[in-house]
Design a protein around this ligand. Sequence first.
Ligand code: NAD
Length: 494
Amino acid sequence: MLPPMHQYIGGQRRAGSGEPFDVLDPSTNEPVESVTLATASDVDDAVAAANAAYPQWSRATPGERSAVLAAAAQLIAERAEDLAHLESRQAGKPIRLAREFDVPGTADNTAFFGAAARRLDGLAQGEYSADHTSSIRREPIGVVGSIAPWNYPLQMAAWKVLPAIAAGNTIVLKPAEITPLTSLIFAEIFTEAGAPAGVVNVVTGTGPVAGAHLVGHRDVDMVSFTGSTGVGRQVMATAAASGKRVHLELGGKAPFVVFEDADLDAAIHGAVAATLINTGQDCTAATRAIVHRSIYPDFVAGVAELMAAVRLGPTGDPDTDLGPLSSQAHQAKVAGMVERARNYAAIRCGGKVPLGDLAKGCYYEPTLVADVPIGSELWKDEVFGPVLAAVPFDDDDEAIRLANDTAYGLAASAWTRDTYRVGRASREIRAGCVWINDHIPIISEMPHGGFRGSGFGKDMSAYSFEEYTNVKHVMEDLTGAAEKPWHRTIFTLP
Ligand code: NAD
């Protein structure tokens, strides 16, 4: 299953022309594969391949594109077990998560875009001016340059590639350099499914070299980026120099608001699951529990008890609940933030790197930090680890204000049985998704995307076509007249 070469360009596997780089399994820090990184010249070749494929692919009928996507969905389903193992190893995911979430989610997304490719909506053709017929064409943009993060490598490749190619664009994807392997298999699947060479290309390289070159490339028409807010802003600045369209999916700091009438048991279970999914390396993960003071002590005690029961272990073991963080550098960042929080808040669970067998990997214990001061580092900044900060509130106004006390705006949840609180939280929390009495589920038919510091534009769902298409208005004269009434405004004839 391992891709023996590390770039996928013009329907061919090939080695990169850059330095060798070890992809490590973060559960052991042992190499999974040594790849050769892409340089600027590999990116040039991939962009040229995508440009060469564009005329044919953009003129394929929706039905033809749909058939390729449907065949790819089938191939992903057939290779599900191999993809799950490779994803688990390169990203340090417990195999249960890779099998039950990453791979089926990708297959479903691919099948969804197979269907959606046949339905690009617009205004009805009509005579909005009495003398003209207007129609709308929704056209692909051209070559898309996409940059993806390491937390859900396969799903992020899918979120970038699928709407782009379903709408008739061609793409060059740069996965994160530490997790490139399943993106290469994913690209190859599209060739097997019947996509012409060059429709999906993957360059595996570093951000500053391959990523920056792709973003600034004059033959790339649009940039779609998922990653941290800081790098996203750099990407936007680079793309601005050539005036490219940009789509940014950035970081998050999701509030988890528990009102006094909530089902406390459901909120406790929901908070643990929503904090620990993917070892907290999820941009929508619950990070700030904002809990009514009357139930705050019970919430904190319940979450601490449940978190302590979560099983850390080898990622290949189906009984393992929590895998490692993605790298030693990231583990050090998470541990550093929790260590500093000891000085200003109460660690109620976890807060340590585990010892014993797990010490060889990048593990970190599920961690609950209570009484986190508003404005502190743990309140404001993305940890991207299995760490939940908790604070009490006294009234609904304060709860909503605290939920919105963030530079981000990707996801949020409100826990209540009161219909008026549901209405208020839905309307007033500034985030791209607000869950009610749940936190995390996503679905191919519904959009994912942020407000404010979390970026703009949507992944998944038919809304993503707004990012990957241009709307063209065609206006056709119905009169055949040489002298049109409106000409009188511009010139008058003798
Ligand atoms: P990151 O920003 O460090 O890297 C993301 C990608 O950008 C990588 O492929 C990297 O190589 C590339 N990159 C780095 N510097 C670049 C440059 N100068 N030019 C072009 N590309 C460059 O993010 P990460 O650490 O890989 O991922 C974690 C972050 O991603 C978190 O902030 C998380 O919230 C965010 N994220 C957001 C979503 C979302 O949908 N909003 C989804 C997943 C992850």
